[in-house]
Each structure stands twice: as structure tokens, then as C-alpha cells.
Design a binder for this molecule. Structure first.
Ligand code: F6P
Length: 555
């Protein structure tokens, strides 16, 4: 459990939210209040909370066809009230309004945050700097559709998206998630500057029928530009004129033009689309090519439905808000350092990686909006793998390790493989069994009875102890009808808004990422040193030693 001596009201740092919009300046008291609840519930067993037969329903929320069940946590009515009060006091509602109406809530970069506009091409006007952005959203979407249809109707068999971070994870995650809807060319994703990535991908492709999408908001990212040059050379070597085989997706149209990509093959997007929020616009082109414009529109509409829910539902009946508050309870209040995302949906295999960027690049900060040090942890380490695979790997620690890992399960009511007998029932049963086991646990007495026929005396006692599960471990479960394009859109938008709420409560700017810069600068400086063109003098002993080893052993 955490204590918050002198916790600062992080909400005060949000200069876009007027004092009038703030429900009160009692933020310190609210953290202390939550802290007291944490002490109050110590030693209580989650299972006991189900003596109240209305608990499951009371601590669940149905919205947009999905069910979010957070009843297998220690949250009770008083904790929930305190968490919702915290969200109210932090100005979540005012900040949400500011985001939807195009205010520049990304204050360190002076940018609006309007990925929500990308999924509302037929919506009313949203102004940034006095200009309505919706006509541009509509026009870009229709250019994407024309280009996607042109590529889908051509001889192209393989499309390679070259991008990294948000210019890779979104389309890669969603393209895999929606594989039952693929009816276009095969889509591949190359991100790593490690030549192994592009080499292994090109080995699967024929230069005569392969198209490359260079996806980079800035069009300067070293990994992407290096891979794009390698792809260019690969086509040239095969005697294929590269120009007609490249599409650029970027906010930096000048750089794309410098690269020689014809204007009609450059799809631009505004600076109010953050990289990790960009799958809904041009960066989603590879996904659109794979599943077709109609399915892509369904993906957008699903996300839009979650936007409307998030925008309009009261905070205590609002799925992204509740998901965020459960996370805040576990991380900032109870001090659980990590969060496992466990989709029982193999096609969501890239979702944990996607959510790592979404959550950790957005909220992994040390200072609040006004530059003051945060007094509470900024957010958990997010990790995970699809079930049931994780069960046979790391669930041991989740069940019996000394650290509590709040788990977020997700599963579809229906799979796409109805013809494969009872696979899906087994999948669902495993998902539900894991959350039940985490909560229920197994005490020593039960463990003894499990081994009583096999061992006796002290050995029985020793063996039994190894079979004890502490239980009382929290989890949430999100259930949705089926992983179709609209549902995927809803799930991703749900998580995006969760990150927004977490950031608002903590007073963090979730939309910059200064923490990635230092490593990039040092890598640029180290390039010529590793190549042997500059001396490692002035580098620390460890770095110099590692460079020397590489140079000696590079063959
Ligand atoms: O280095 C981090 C980052 O800037 C991410 O925020 C972004 O998604 C990724 O790099 C790729 O950037 P770009 O789309 O400009 O190539």
C-alpha cells in the first residue's frame, strides 16, 4: 500500500481547465481517502464480497455490446465513490470536452489531440486554429479508399508496411486481429532496424508484385528510412522501377516529396494525430488494403460508438473511466507495479505490445503538466500474452509468486471457428477459470487433502505447502460478442480513453513522448563510433568496452 505524504493536486497543472471547471481542490485529501480505504480492505477476501448476491452486476458495466466485469477486485461501493470523486475532482469531464472540441491539450507540443475526429468523418465540425478539420478527414479517408481499392484490384500480391512504433503497432495489431476479414493482398510489417526484419520479409515477396508503404509521421525516423532505402534498392536490383511501388503516409509531405514519392501516393495527416493514436487515419492504410474499405469503416464506427459512450456517459457508468479507475486503484493506490493484459483471443497476439506503447509511452512520465515531480507512480508496466499460451509459461508467478499482478482478461463470446468443434468453449472456460482461480486460491487444508493419499507426516505438510495458492488476486474481464472490425475498434478506443482518464487524474500530458529522445540522440552519435570512423574517447568505460568488443568480433 502506498502513502501519499503531501500529495500534490496534479489536476491544478492543467492550464486548459479553468478553476471554475474544477470540482474542488481537495486532491490531496482524495488520495489520502483512497489510502485509508486501502488500509480498511487489508486482509479482506474478494470472494467474501460475493456474499452480496448483487455484486457481480453492481461492479460490472455493459456498454456498446460489451461487458466489463471488475467485481473480482477489492473495489466496493465506498472505494468506487472515492475513485469517481477523484476523477470528478481532477477535471476529467472538462478535459474530455476540451479534447473532443479540438483544444490544444497536448500542451508541451502545442497540439490538439483529435484522433477521435478520424473516426467521425460524417460528424459535425471540429475546429483547430479556427478551421474545421472534418472536411479534410473526409477527403483523406476517401483518398485512402481509392488507393486501397486500386492496390486491391491490381496485380500486387504483397504489401509491406515499413514503419515503427505507432506507425507499425496499430496496423500490425489490427491486421492480425482481423485476419478472418482479409480479402486483399498479403500485408507484412517491417519495423526493426535490424536487417533481419526486412530480409526475412523480402524473402517472402516477389519484387514484381510487391508494394511498399512508408509509414512515418515525421518521415525522419532512422529505422523507417533505413528500411525504406533497403526496399528501394531491392526493387532496383530486380529491375523494377521503384517510384510506382511506394506510398508514403506522413505529416511531413515535404520530406515524402524529397524522397521522390509522387504526390498522388502521399497521404498526409495533421499534427493533431499522435503516432500511437494514428491507426484510424492514413497509417491504417495497410489494414484497409487487407480488409477492404467497408470493413475499415466498420472499424472506425466501432471506435466512434465508444467515443460517444465515453463523451456522454456519466463518469460512474462510463467504461473507459471505470477501466482507468480500476487501474489507478491497483497501481497508484495499492502499489501493484505491473498489469497483465491477457486476451483469450489468439488474433489479439499483438494487443499487449500495442497497449505497451499506448499506455507506457503516453503516461510513463515523471512530471505533471506544470513540470512538477509526480507524487504518485505514473503508471504500471504493461505486459501480456494471449491465453491459453501464457498459462503454460508465466501464470505460475501470477498465481503463486510474491507479487500481485492485476490481470485484465478479455474474451469473445463467439469465435470465428464455429466449425472447429469445442475449441472456443475450451478457450472461454480457461479464461474464466483463471480469474476464478486467482480470486479463490487454495488454502493449506485443501492442498493437504489433494496430496493426502500420496504422502504422510512431515512430507505431506511440505508437499501441501507447495500446492497452496494465496488467492485474493484481482482481475477484470472484458467480454465482447466476436472480434469483428467494429468490436476491435471499440476495444482499442476503450483503451485509448482509459489512458486519457489516467493521464487526466494524474495531471500528465499523455500526448508527448520526450523520454524517447535521449536514446535516439546518443544512437546517432554512436553510429560513427561503432563504424570505427570516430574514437570512443570520452565515452564511459562500459560503452567504450562494448564498442571495442563489437569491433573486434564483427568479422
Ligand atoms: O520514438 C517514438 C516515436 O516517436 C513514437 O511516438 C512514434 O509512434 C514512432 O516513434 C514512429 O515515429 P514516426 O511515425 O514519426 O516514424
Amino acid at each position: 500500500m502506498r502513502s501519499f505524504p503531501g500529495h500534490k493536486s496534479t489536476g491544478q497543472s492543467n492550464t486548459l481547465i479553468s478553476n471554475d471547471d474544477r470540482a474542488g481542490r481537495s486532491n490531496d485529501l482524495m488520495w489520502n481517502d483512497l489510502n485509508e480505504h486501502a488500509q480498511r480492505i487489508e486482509g479482506r477476501h474478494i470472494l467474501d464480497l460475493f456474499e452480496d448476491s448483487s455484486r457481480a452486476e453492481a461492479f460490472s458495466l455493459s456498454a456498446e455490446g460489451m461487458l466489463f466485469d471488475y467485481s473480482k477486485t477489492q473495489i466496493d461501493a465506498d472505494v468506487l465513490d472515492a475513485l469517481v470523486a477523484m476523477a470528478e475532482d481532477s477535471g476529467v469531464a472538462a478535459r474530455r470536452h476540451a479534447m473532443f472540441s479540438g483544444k490544444k491539450i497536448n500542451e508541451t507540443e502545442g497540439r490538439a489531440v483529435l484522433h477521435v475526429a478520424l473516426r467521425d468523418p460524417d460528424g459535425g465540425s471540429v475546429e483547430v486554429d479556427g478551421a474545421d478539420v472534418i472536411p479534410e478527414v473526409r477527403e483523406t479517408l476517401s483518398r485512402m479508399e481509392m488507393l486501397a481499392e486500386e492496390i486491391r484490384g491490381s496485380k500486387i500480391t504483397d504489401v509491406v508496411n515499413i514503419g515503427i512504433g505507432g506507425s507499425d503497432l496499430g496496423p500490425a495489431m489490427a491486421t492480425r486481429a482481423l485476419s478472418p476479414y482479409h480479402d486483399g493482398p498479403r500485408c507484412h510489417f517491417v519495423s526493426n532496424v535490424d536487417g533481419a526484419d526486412i530480409a526475412d520479409t523480402l524473402a517472402l515477396c516477389d519484387p514484381a508484385t510487391t508494394m511498399f508503404i512508408v509509414a512515418s509521421k515525421t518521415f525522419t525516423t532512422i529505422e523507417t528510412m533505413t528500411n525504406a532505402r533497403t526496399a528501394h534498392a531491392w526493387l532496383t536490383r530486380a529491375g523494377v522501377t521503384p517510384d510506382a511501388r511506394f506510398v508514403a503516409l506522413s505529416s511531413n509531405k515535404e520530406k515524402a516529396a524529397e524522397w521522390g514519392i509522387p504526390e498522388e501516393r502521399v497521404l498526409g495527416f495533421a499534427d493533431w494525430v499522435g503516432g500511437r493514436y494514428s491507426v484510424w487515419g492514413p497509417i491504417g492504410l495497410s489494414l484497409m488494403i487487407a480488409i477492404g474499405p467497408k470493413n475499415f469503416r466498420d472499424f472506425l464506427s466501432g471506435a466512434r460508438s465508444m467515443d460517444v459512450h465515453f463523451r456522454d456517459a456519466p463518469l460512474d457508468r462510463n467504461m473507459p473511466v471505470l477501466l482507468a479507475l480500476v487501474g489507478i486503484w491497483h497501481n497508484q493506490v495499492l502499489g501493484y507495479a505491473t498489469r497483465a493484459v491477457l486476451p483469450y483471443d489468439n488474433r489479439l497476439g499483438r494487443l499487449p505490445a500495442y497497449l505497451q506503447q499506448l499506455e507506457m509511452e503516453s503516461n510513463g512520465k515523471s512530471v505533471s503538466m506544470d513540470g512538477e515531480a509526480l507524487k504518485v507512480p505514473s503508471g504500471p508496466i504493461v505486459w501480456g500474452e494471449p491465453g491459453t499460451n501464457g498459462q503454460h509459461a508465466f501464470y505460475q508467478l501470477i498465481h503463486q509468486g510474491t507479487q500481485v499482478v492485476p490481470c485484465e482478461f478479455m474474451v469473445a463470446a463467439q469465435g470465428h471457428e464455429a466449425d472447429l468443434g469445442h475449441h472456443h468453449e475450451l478457450l472461454v472456460a480457461n479464461c474464466l477459470a483463471q480469474s476464478e482461480a486467482l480470486m479463490r486460491g487454495r488454502d493449506l487444508e485443501e492442498a493437504r487433502s489433494k496430496v493426502s493419499g500420496q504422502f504422510e507426516g512431515a512430507e505431506l505438510e511440505r508437499q501441501a505447502r507447495h500446492r497452496v495458492f494465496p488467492g485474493n488476486r484481482p482481475s477484470t474481464t472484458l467480454v465482447y460478442p466476436m472480434l469483428d472490425p467494429a468490436t476491435l475498434g471499440r476495444i482499442v478506443a476503450l483503451y485509448e480513453h482509459r489512458v486519457f482518464v489516467e493521464g487526466s487524474v494524474l495531471g500528465i500530458n499523455s500526448y508527448d513522448q520526450w523520454g524517447v529522445e535521449l536514446g535516439k540522440e546518443l544512437a546517432t552519435a554512436l553510429g560513427p563510433i561503432v563504424a570505427g570512423d570516430q574514437s570512443a574517447d570520452g565515452k564511459d568505460g562500459s560503452t567504450a568496452q562494448l564498442v571495442a568488443y563489437v569491433q573486434k568480433n564483427c568479422g
